[in-house]
Design a protein around this ligand. Structure first.
Ligand SMILES: [Zn+2]
Length: 218
């Protein structure tokens, strides 16, 4: 018996992981109607299972997701969570990596012997948000330098549709959802111009409001 899996946007919105019609202050200080924080999914059993199923379907478009020679690779905290989830569904091995101290490259966790697991494996990278491609490119380099082959990658959200499999130099890339949300300089923000209430959380609206005490809030 198969259950109906909600759409990815419904899952993310239900967890407060994505806002598309708000007014928030980003870490950069810019204002935006949108906010994405997929870490909100971590530890949420049902949501993670549903996201894992959707990722599996996307892997199936290209290859047998349950194939034993496939190795799932998860960069950083959320990549690791996603890899673990999908591995449990399809019975794959999985490993994770993290940025080095100056963030110039990815490295396998120092305490584990992942280097030995990678050699000769067909690797699929799972990541949460694709913005600049830096962490994906670093992960691709790490896999190749460890003797693995990059088969493809799945990201939950792609914020820049210019970043394709071709740009990354890999056979395929699947994005569960492409989202382009503009961000504005605070002094030219059209949302401020229309007095759209500022969200104190998530984001940094709670700091911004100290300098704008009369502005409406949500
Ligand atoms: Zn604004």
């Amino acid at each position: 018996m198969s259950k109906t899996i909600p759409g990815i946007l419904d899952i993310l919105e239900a967890q407060g992981a994505i806002i598309t019609d708000g007014h928030v202050v980003l870490t950069s200080g810019k204002h935006s109607a949108g906010y994405i924080n997929l870490r909100k999914l971590a530890g949420r059993r049902d949501a993670m299972t549903d996201v894992g199923e959707i990722i599996s379907q996307n892997i199936h478009k290209h290859t047998n997701a349950g194939s034993k020679d496939i190795l799932l690779v998860g960069p950083e905290t959320m990549g690791r969570n996603l890899a673990q989830e999908v591995a449990h569904i399809n019975g794959n091995d999985y490993v994770w990596c993290e940025p080095n101290s100056d963030k110039t490259a990815m490295q396998w966790s120092q305490k584990l012997d992942f280097e030995e697991v990678i050699k000769g494996r067909r690797c699929i990278i799972l990541d949460d948000v694709l913005t600049t491609a830096q962490s994906l490119l670093q992960t691709i380099n790490l896999i190749r330098s460890s003797g693995g082959e990059v088969e493809g990658a799945v990201v939950i959200i792609r914020r820049n549709v210019e970043i394709s499999a071709g740009v990354l130099g890999i056979p395929w890339l699947e994005s569960l959802q492409d989202i382009g949300i503009p961000a504005y300089n605070a002094e030219k923000c059209p949302l401020c111009a229309e007095k759209k209430p500022m969200w104190l959380h998530p984001g940094h609206g709670y700091e911004w409001i100290k300098d704008h005490p009369d502005y409406p809030t949500k």
